[in-house]
Design a binder for this molecule. Structure first.
Ligand code: HEC
Length: 134
């Protein structure tokens, strides 16, 4: 096995892909005008929908009524001890911080996802605040 060649190559390739993706996101953010409500719903589906829905607990808790409420209050969802102890009020500022790094905000929390693009975070948060999520 000549493993010395393929391994560094694949590392270099994935680094390039990551750098490329970050550049695309950055370019996107700079070029964008504020997103519409429909865009927020679409982003929510795409980024959060694997683990969340508005109406039902899945891997993550249901988001019905989450905007304006205390953390760890979705009925019937088994939260981490960390999030149960956190006592956060979910508003635009706290959700923005959460979406930049849940584990940075609440050490020991169990959500593994960040949304690095601030325009996308704002659109998703606006969706959570809208009637569709009440
Ligand atoms: C890979 C699965 C996963 C994805 C993707 C995900 N989440 Fe989560 N989320 C979780 C889990 C699990 C929890 C519960 C964390 C805990 O108990 O520590 C959570 C908790 C939350 C909470 C706290 C809810 C409450 O009742 O206190 C919010 C808000 C939230 N997620 C928003 C989002 C948003 C918005 C997205 C999309 C940008 C998203 N999540 C994507 C798994 C995920």
């Amino acid at each position: 096995m000549r493993s010395s060649v393929p391994v560094p190559l694949s590392v270099a390739t994935s680094t390039l892909i990551v750098v490329g993706a970050i550049m695309m996101m950055t370019t996107n953010a700079a070029a964008q005008t504020p997103m519409t409500g429909a865009e927020g719903a679409r982003l929510y589906q795409a980024r959060c929908g694997t683990c969340h829905s508005i109406a039902a607990n899945k891997i993550g808790p249901a988001h019905k009524g989450v905007f304006g409420r205390q953390s760890a209050m979705a009925p019937g969802y088994n939260y981490s001890p960390a999030l149960r102890a956190a006592n956060i009020n979910w508003n635009a500022a706290t959700l923005d911080q959460w979406l930049q790094g849940p584990q940075k905000m609440v050490k020991g929390s169990r959500m593994f996802l960040a949304v690095p693009n601030p325009t996308e975070r704002a659109a998703i948060i606006a969706f959570l605040q809208s009637d569709a999520a009440k």
